[in-house]
Design a binder for this molecule. Structure first.
Ligand code: M3P
Ligand code: FE
Length: 304
């Protein structure tokens, strides 16, 4: 039983055409489906139906985020555990969402709507399963990341939120930032992946989305992403640089409606028995941006 990984992020946009143009032509995602009020997108190496849903709504924001569980029966187990913790759950039945079957929805302690699903429509990556080439077509537009990597949500009470993700949902903590009193300001959590984080939680307003990140295969691709972003007039937030936390290489930027995106590479390999790394608040600048050693107020205060 358990949580495997981040499956998709569902957001709202007041300009579906503008957002779609950015995510297909600048980010370089594949559009897989468009309905009357929503667009479904994925990366070229993703097997699932989609990793991003954008829905028309007058206000930009996050609808929900979805993690995939290992087995079909896990939904019932998590339903019991989440209810026992005190969070009411609802079931979304098959046919109510595009690209997936039944799911379990609930509000996490920090106010975001989370969904767990096992039954995901597998539509395959762009390479196919017979004599696949190791790379996608060379003429893919934009940054064209192979897959979504992680997301970060804010929480007023990071420790309470972390306890929920660890004790109830079974994620593993890889890193934490502690303030002078030993209280958690941020936690990095892994599902069944070997990456330092599938989701992170950092102090900030409840309900907020800080960013989601796409994986790139190498540091040079982060540099190329910066070129693509600058060429297209995209507002860059931070980087290209390196995180102290996770050791990853990174660049942050804003989509046309102000949602923060990241592209990320590097980081270290995590095993279930890897010891937790702890950062103290006086070193948070280096933890965030190792070269700059700054605690940027725009970076910490701006969110969706
Ligand atoms: C990351 C990461 C904050 C830290 C962000 C870190 C918002 O995005 O990928 O490790 O404090
Ligand atoms: Fe990140």
């Amino acid at each position: 039983m358990g949580i495997l990984r981040l499956a998709h992020v569902d957001v709202r946009t007041p300009d579906l055409d503008l957002s779609t143009a950015y995510y297909t032509e600048v980010m370089g995602l594949q559009q897989v489906q468009r309905t009357e009020d929503a667009v479904y997108l994925k990366c070229w190496d993703e097997e699932d139906h989609h990793s991003l849903r954008m829905r028309y709504h007058p206000r930009t924001g996050m609808d929900s985020f979805t993690f995939r569980v290992e087995a079909e029966d896990d939904l019932a187990d998590f339903e019991n555990r989440v209810e026992a913790y005190g969070c009411p759950t609802t079931r979304v039945s098959r046919g109510e969402a595009v690209g997936q079957g039944e799911s379990l929805r609930f509000e996490v302690p920090s106010g975001q709507i989370m969904e767990l699903v096992w039954d995901i429509e597998k539509t395959g990556n762009l390479l196919g399963k017979h004599n696949p080439s190791p790379t996608p077509p060379p003429d893919l537009p934009g940054i064209a990341p192979p897959r979504m990597d992680h997301m970060l949500v804010n929480a007023e009470e990071v420790a309470e939120s972390a306890r929920f993700f660890i004790d109830v949902l079974g994620l593993r903590m890889t890193e934490q930032v502690l303030d002078g009193n030993g209280h958690q300001l941020g936690v990095w959590l892994a599902g069944r992946t070997n990456s330092p984080h599938d989701i992170a939680i950092v102090n900030g307003p409840n309900g907020a989305l800080h960013h989601w990140a796409y994986w790139l295969d190498d540091w040079d691709h982060i540099r190329q992403a910066a070129d693509t972003l600058a060429f297209n007039g995209v507002q860059i937030d931070q980087g290209p640089t390196r995180h102290g936390v996770t050791r990853g290489n990174t660049i942050y930027f804003f989509d046309p409606l102000g949602i923060r995106n990241e592209v990320f590479t590097g980081g270290y390999w995590v095993d279930p028995d890897t010891e937790i790394l702890t950062w103290t608040e006086d070193n948070f600048g280096k933890g965030l941006f190792y070269y700059e050693n700054v605690v940027s107020q725009r970076f910490l205060r701006m969110h969706t």
